[in-house]
Ligand binder design. Sequence first.
Ligand SMILES: *Cc1c(COP(=O)(O)O)cnc(C)c1O
Length: 401
Amino acid sequence: MRDVMPWREPVPLDATMGEPRARGRFGDYGGRYAPESLVEACREVEEAFRGAWADPGFRGALARLLAVHAGRPTPLTPAGRLSEALGVRLYLKREDLTHTGSHKINNVLGQALLATRMGRRRLIAETGAGQHGVATATAAALLGLEATVFMGERDIERQALNVFRMRMLGAEVVPVTMGSRTLKDATSEAMRHWVGATGDSHYCVGSVVGPDPYPWMVREFQRVIGDEARGQCAAELRTGVPDHVVACVGGGSNAAGTFAGFADTPARLVGVEAEGGAGAARGRLGVLHGCRSLFLQDDDGQIAQAHSIAAGLDYPGVGPEHAHLRDLGRARYVTVTDDEAVAAALRLARTEGIVPALESAHALAWVIRAAGSGELAAGSTVLMTLSGRGDKDVSTLKELL
Ligand SMILES: *Cc1c(COP(=O)(O)O)cnc(C)c1O
């Protein structure tokens, strides 16, 4: 299998990131592996999403929320000093400048608006570091919905500030005491809770994971990143399209949204995972949280615990569409260590005056490495999604610097 698509080879139709095939399939991945009552609930979400996405009224209302509440469109920033040092032309898509400080708000506003359209009065969500929980609590407050956020007990201890933010926004935070008491268990518990609450609650999944239609729907709500960037590149770059499009990958939502804007172009797509959470680069086929995809597993097929300094990349798997894009060779997935990410975060802070989230710093770390090794040709253009701002990570960094 090739890991890089040759320049200007025609793009396979299957790789253009349209609708999944029947039953939410991306190649061999995806699907809807859930208890019967959730299969029905997912079917309702799919039907509602199809209707909403085809309705200019819904699209207009979402576009307005994204503009007046979340601060879209976000800028495309040329990283001038860093580009000069690296010998490539690097452009940053600034999701760190959205309200609440990361791309998660794009998806959450879409799903909250959909929940309202479906007559639901409450959002259920899982959260690891609390970023998706805070975004969900924010959207719920804005639209007059209740929010119940499941969070592992260990994460609650580690992320006290985000727990407080969620409570301040009016959300209920439910501690999860099972298993490793982190994101994987919080997700299982949120799904279990939804079984008994499908009538009045919408489950707001935080990445391109979970049962169909979530991987597709979340990618469509994040597509705004790629679509905006495509237009901005057309105006800014002589070639119109960048040579490389790079984003970090936890579950894969900011990468999927970014890639979707460039899937029908010759741009090379690169997803950057954490060394300790490399579902796409090193996972094996499995089923978790309602979906068939690539997951880190031990020899018995038990899902392994992921480890990353960036809490948002601490998921042991990757969304099914990324697994498929990998198999097709349309996108390539690489890994970066904690140390490389920390060094990249500092370098961006000191050359461009931007403190990135440690998740986003992974994408930058690969750009720095690839520019140094010549893998990125001198003078080539690179679009990188800066998925979030680094304020949430200062206490982690303080202990290291
Ligand atoms: C949650 C998060 C991620 C990882 O999630 P994806 O679904 O892979 O995008 C990346 N960056 C930031 C800032 C996050 O908060």
